[in-house]
Design a protein around this ligand. Structure first.
Ligand code: GLN
Length: 494
């Protein structure tokens, strides 16, 4: 029997009915990870731990009583999530030998569920990037076309779920890093409201925007997983105290009465025609399901990427200050004095992109430039938040393309630092405003560069954006759409 691409309720049923054991499932997916290792989706594969965790899950399933929903089901985690006793690198040489002494809250919650960790996925270094190409452990390949990028920064989680190496994989999204790979790899990717999931034990990128979510096979799966990883965490003061709804029970396939906004600034002029076509078809489909579609405007949208390019490095430069070669991580082998320990350890450990962001961040925060850059960026951030608040008084959700293009050729981003910023221009504003969004597959389009891997082309993503704490709304729209279409059921032939 094949287990890849089975959704979570199907896996749950098979496990509960003892048609498969958790150990068998873990071995099956570990086998696929090995078979498709050329995708470079994983930095660390946790074979032994996975089998141990699966045995524990099997014992639990064998005992009387109901099983937790994720019990015995394998998953993968981006290498930003601290995992006790398991190497966690953030895809940087500076953390090459780092083995955390504790679990992040989300990993701990999944352990409570008796979920089975298969390994840690590849990513852009410290989650800086949109291509996966800034990883110190090599590029990740897109399973739909191995000459192309899977997008980033959650590159391995995107490629891994798309290739059926894990039923779902955790990711982080500070400026689009879950939704981007979901779109390029043809899977569902969910970024919650800021503070809906805990940042505790997740390596920080830009703390005022960091959110933790995942990539998976359907919105129904997303609604399930979100229930188990969300909620207030006493260890993260920025998590909200709001109760977590039973998202999956509230899912509806009917969108009658729902008002959907199309923000005109998100339908860019230079967008690939195939992408535009697929997104317009998806909008029509959602209208057919009962929603009313109206055009809306978010006039300051285009400032978002500039504001992001100032605030993110500012926060990055202070978050990366702790990697000093002393407390943990890489320490230089030869230093004459303390200052040289700092300088050399950081110079040897950080990749180019991290260094660039440290320098930019330090610059815009320095005394002479703080008012001109950082403070003004914060003011515009407020404007963006206000505009979203206004628009969500008129509509329930917004629909936009996730990316103006399908997957690009690998290597494009490696030498172009600007790519990381422009690639996510339809995504970063949600992070600046702290609001939730999901990307769902909505068909295929030919790439602008003309080289077609298959006659159908490559996956296109539809982004559904909701108001703060409005996760249920985006799940409902995505679920209704996936009930009526089967784009999320298409998988690459690898
Ligand atoms: N493209 C964004 C960046 O490079 C993505 C970051 C993220 O979401 N982790 O900053």
């Amino acid at each position: 029997m094949n287990f890849e691409f089975l959704e979570l309720t199907e896996l749950r049923k098979l496990l509960d009915e003892k048609k498969v054991s958790s150990v068998e499932l873990a071995k099956y997916f570990l086998g696929r990870i090995k078979k498709y290792q050329d995708l470079n989706a994983f930095i660390t594969v946790t074979e032994e731990e996975a089998e141990l965790q699966a045995k524990v899950a099997d014992d639990y399933i064998a005992s009387p009583g109901e099983n937790p929903f994720l019990c015995g089901i394998p998953y993968a985690a981006k290498d930003m999530f601290l995992t006790k006793g398991i190497r966690t690198t953030a895809a940087s040489k500076i953390l090459d030998n780092y083995v955390p002494p504790f679990d992040s809250t989300i990993i701990a919650k999944l352990k409570e569920q008796k979920a089975v960790l298969l390994g840690k996925t590849n990513q852009d270094q410290f989650a800086h990037g949109s291509s996966g190409e800034s990883s110190a452990y090599g590029f990740t390949l897109n399973p739909w076309d191995k000459t192309r990028m899977p997008a980033g920064s959650s590159s391995g989680s995107g490629a891994g779920v798309s290739a059926g190496l894990a039923p779902y994989a955790l990711g982080t999204d500070t400026g689009g890093s879950i939704r981007g790979p979901a779109s390029f790899c043809g899977v569902t990717g969910y970024k919650p409201t800021y503070g809906r999931t805990s940042r505790y034990g997740v390596i920080s990128m830009a703390s005022s925007m960091d959110t933790q979510g995942f990539l998976c096979l359907s919105v129904e799966d997303a609604a399930h997983i979100a229930e188990y990883i969300s909620g207030h965490d006493p260890k993260d003061a920025s998590t909200g105290a709001l109760e977590v709804p039973e998202y999956h029970k509230n899912l509806q396939a009917d969108l009658n009465g729902l008002k959907v906004g199309l923000p005109k600034e998100y339908f860019l002029e230079g967008m690939e025609p195939g992408v535009e076509k697929r997104v317009q078809e998806a909008i029509k489909q959602i209208e057919k399901l009962g929603a009313t579609i109206v055009e809306v405007s978010l006039p300051s949208t285009h400032y978002g990427q500039m504001v992001y390019a100032i605030i993110t490095p500012s926060e990055i430069s202070s978050n990366l200050a702790k990697y000093d070669g002393i407390r943990f991580g890489h320490s230089t082998a030869e230093a004459k004095d303390l200052l040289e320990v700092y300088n050399k350890s950081r110079a040897e450990g950080f990749g180019d992109e991290a260094k660039r962001r440290i320098m930019t961040g330090t610059y815009v925060l320095s005394a002479g430039y703080y008012d001109a850059y950082y403070k003004r960026a914060q003011k515009i951030r407020r404007l963006l938040v206000n505009e979203f608040e206004q628009v969500f008084k008129q509509v329930d959700v917004l629909l936009t393309p996730t990316s103006p293009n399908v997957a690009l050729k690998s290597g494009l981003a490696q030498h172009d630092p600007i790519y990381a910023y422009i690639a996510d221009r339809l995504l970063v504003n949600c992070n600046l405003a702290g609001i939730p969004a999901i990307s769902v597959p909505c068909g295929f389009a030919l790439p602008a560069d003309g080289e077609t891997p298959s006659a159908d082309g490559l996956p296109v993503g539809l982004q559904i954006i909701g108001p703060q704490w409005g996760e249920q709304k985006i799940f409902n729209v995505g679920y209704a759409y996936q009930q009526a279409t089967d784009w999320h059921k298409k998988h690459p032939s690898i």
